[in-house]
Design a protein around this ligand. Sequence first.
Ligand SMILES: CC(C)(COP(=O)(O)OP(=O)(O)OC[C@H]1O[C@@H](n2cnc3c(N)ncnc32)[C@H](O)[C@@H]1OP(=O)(O)O)[C@@H](O)C(=O)NCCC(=O)NCCS
Length: 178
Amino acid sequence: MADLRNALPATIRTARLTMQQPALADLDAMVALLANWNVTRWTASVPYPYAREDGIAFIETIATSPEQRPYAVHADGALIGTVGLIFVRATPELGYWIGEPYWGLGYAAEASAALLAETARLAPGVPVRARVLADNPRSLRVLEKLGFDVVEHTLSTVERHLGQPLVILERRGRRDEL
Ligand SMILES: CC(C)(COP(=O)(O)OP(=O)(O)OC[C@H]1O[C@@H](n2cnc3c(N)ncnc32)[C@H](O)[C@@H]1OP(=O)(O)O)[C@@H](O)C(=O)NCCC(=O)NCCS
């Protein structure tokens, strides 16, 4: 999957959004939007409370590691969240968060659809998975809109969500979707 990670474009544009490698210019907005348990509680590993050092570590180390390919998502020049692929298991996984002031505007679906389209173009037929708490209806709706299907009901093994019902979903990319 290293080939896919490295082949993904530096910039992805949609009708409303620009997506690029997270940069230190995103730090202040990222720290402000992630100082919110309503966002963090649903994520497997975003620290809470979220310190500036956490943001710097994400931008400089995590976001550049072979296991992650996140994009900072901007609307009208402002950071609104991040969407990316995670390469820790055999199948790449989609992950995202959007700052609470920007919820309900279709941004998570729009950004994710663009990333999935690039993934399908570069790696036709390669499935992408997502792992979502069963009681996270917003995220489940985003994945439904994107064409993911449920493949497994299980229990979370991450510390924050240990033992909570988890849904694993999968989407198979089509080359003709661009
Ligand atoms: C999940 C999240 C990314 C969604 O972002 P978003 O930009 O608001 O998503 P979208 O606007 O593209 O879609 C949200 C959908 O959920 C629906 N929705 C909102 N609240 C809902 C609820 N309580 N029950 C069911 N659906 C709900 C919206 O109506 C919308 O669907 P629609 O387009 O059919 O109307 C955002 O809420 C978030 O960051 N949450 C915290 C972090 C998180 O959960 N990350 C994912 C971990 S798996």
